[in-house]
Design a protein around this ligand. Structure first.
Ligand code: NAD
Ligand code: UGA
Length: 477
């Protein structure tokens, strides 16, 4: 059943590496699973006795860690030993957009992939199957292979070693990662070596039915991952563009989404209008796609995908402009409450969250922000907003303009406006009549996630703005 695969290792203990390996360990008790990272603090957090201190928040993750950690799942900084004892090594490191040099602002920075490949080349013993789990540009497997092959020759010091490379992109979404891993829509494996592919298939077969396991060539596998994210992001930009038209024409985006999505050819998922997509991947993966298209002189294709990003940015700025206009054209020194800073519900991740851009815009306009998010810490918010200092002025201090709130009441107290930026389920249960009494008048609620029930506001004197909601609020009151 295990094809001689007894120990596997994953380089990168982040949002993908940690949850993915926890599920593999839980489903394959015969395997020893080691997750390694250069970041000591992160590994310490994964090993923390207090499971509320894990570095990643995902529903269901704590239980998995409790069941497997110390039994067949280990978190370690000992990269050398972990690679040496593993038959299969997953690379699950970050692949951010390059900040400087060739391809800056578009291409993926492969420095972490390269350093992982070099570590594998150096420390592996015998035959090792290397699995790309990170999202990478098409043809990256070639780079990994070249690095690995250059170390393949035996020497007196290094025992003979050999490698095969597979592509096995991850499709989990944050907030539902454990469910997605346990019930994946598909598992994609690209590669040339049938034996290695089968070794990986045999791991997944422990809980995924074989019809869901797709085997392709390695380049199709790499490109499918980028394409899937681009298509998902494109749907969000499409519905967001229509949300603006709804507001002008009297249509309601939730009704339009429902009517459009009931066509089985279109489907109902990913048609929820909002403040623009966030998360660490959509933007970087589309930029990467754009870069690759340009490399192959496919400029029209590059421009097409770039528009998905432009609409996303435009949507965030559009919302800020609406907020400022409704508040008499100025938010200087006004207290604005922010409900949610994570890029979506059920995660503590703030990377590329639309809240970053919207809060930055408001701070540049002089607003004072009070933020409530059930899982995001002030240090992550402050870190996300650190570039603001240059945009405002040298003396601008985040802690003087942004504070955290531990309750809705504290957040509402004296606020001119409250913005809903993440769709946390607890925001749907807020007692708005109570909140309304604490706010400065006239007070505004901006529902940028279309989650509140307008009926809750009939009795209150709050002014409501809902994304994509073109119906006349006065008629509803
Ligand atoms: P992350 O930043 O949360 O974690 C990556 C980890 O890799 C970091 O902890 C970093 O310290 C570690 N690392 C980097 N170089 C290393 C090295 N040489 N040796 C050891 N550790 C090293 O990133 P993530 O969100 O888990 O994403 C990882 C990859 O998976 C990316 O390519 C991403 O595009 C892809 N992906 C992410 C998601 C998601 O939801 N976050 C979903 C699918 C795919
Ligand atoms: C996304 C994909 O859904 C995963 O399949 C993929 O593996 C992952 O990227 C990745 O490669 O990193 P993720 O970014 O975690 O997952 O979360 P999504 O649920 O896709 O949401 C992304 C953003 O789009 C969020 O800001 C979300 O609020 C927004 N969104 C999503 C909408 O505004 N409307 C929708 O209808 C759906």
């Amino acid at each position: 059943m295990s094809d001689g695969i007894k120990t596997i290792c994953c380089i990168g203990a982040g949002y993908v590496g940690g949850p993915t390996m926890a599920v593999i360990a839980d489903k394959c008790k015969y395997l020893k699973v080691i997750v390694v990272d250069l970041n000591k603090d992160k590994i310490n957090s994964w090993n923390n006795e207090d499971l509320t201190k894990l570095p990643v928040y995902e529903p269901g993750l704590k239980d998995l860690i409790k069941r497997c950690r110390g039994k067949n799942l280990f978190f370690s900084t000992n990269i050398q030993q972990s690679i040496a004892e593993s038959d299969m090594v997953f690379i699950s490191v970050n692949t951010p957009t390059k900040q400087t040099g060739l391809g800056a602002g578009e291409a993926s920075d492969l420095k972490f992939i390269e350093s992982s490949a070099r570590s594998i080349a150096e420390f592996a013993i015998g035959h090792t199957i290397v699995v790309e789990k990170s999202t990478i540009p098409v043809k990256t497997a070639e780079v990994i292979k070249t690095i690995l092959i250059s170390s393949q020759k035996g020497s007196e010091k290094i025992p003979e070693k050999s490698f095969t490379v597979l592509s096995n992109p991850e499709f989990l979404a944050e907030g539902t990662a454990i469910d997605d891993l346990i019930n994946p829509s598909r598992v994609l494996i690209g590669g040339e070596s049938k034996t290695s592919i089968n070794a990986l298939v045999n791991i997944y077969k422990n809980w995924v039915s074989e019809e869901k396991i797709i085997k392709t060539n390695i380049w199709s596998s790499e490109l499918s991952k980028l394409t899937a994210n681009a298509f998902l992001a494109q749907r969000v930009s499409s519905i967001n563009s229509i949300s603006a038209l709804c507001e002008k024409t009297g249509a309601d985006i939730s009704e339009v989404s429902k009517a459009v999505g009931m066509d089985y050819r279109i489907g109902r998922h990913f048609l929820k209008a909002g403040p623009g997509f966030g998360g660490s991947c959509f933007k970087k993966d589309i930029l990467n796609l754009v870069y690759i298209c340009k490399l192959y002189d496919l400029n029209e294709v590059a421009n097409y995908w770039n528009e998905v990003l432009k609409i996303n940015h435009w949507q965030q700025n559009r919302l800020t402009n609406i907020i400022v206009k409704k508040l008499f054209g100025t938010v200087t020194n006004k207290k604005i409450g922010i409900l949610g800073f994570a890029f979506k519900a059920n995660t503590n991740d703030t990377r590329e969250s639309p809240a970053i851009n919207i809060c930055s815009n408001l701070l540049m306009e002089g607003a004072k922000l009070t933020i409530y998010d059930p899982k995001v810490k002030f240090k992550d918010i402050s870190n996300s907003l650190k570039n603001l200092k240059n945009a405002v002025n040298d003396s601008f201090k985040i802690e003087e303009n942004v504070c955290m709130s531990s309750s809705f009441e504290q957040l509402a107290n004296g606020s001119d406006a409250i913005l809903i930026l993440t769709e946390w389920v607890e925001f749907k249960e807020i007692e708005w009549l109570k909140i309304s009494k604490l706010m400065r008048k006239p007070s505004w609620i901006f529902d940028c996630r279309d989650i509140i029930d307008i009926n809750h506001f009939r009795e209150s004197d709050l002014n409501i703005w809902k994304i994509g909601f073109g119906s006349n609020m006065d008629n509803l009151k």
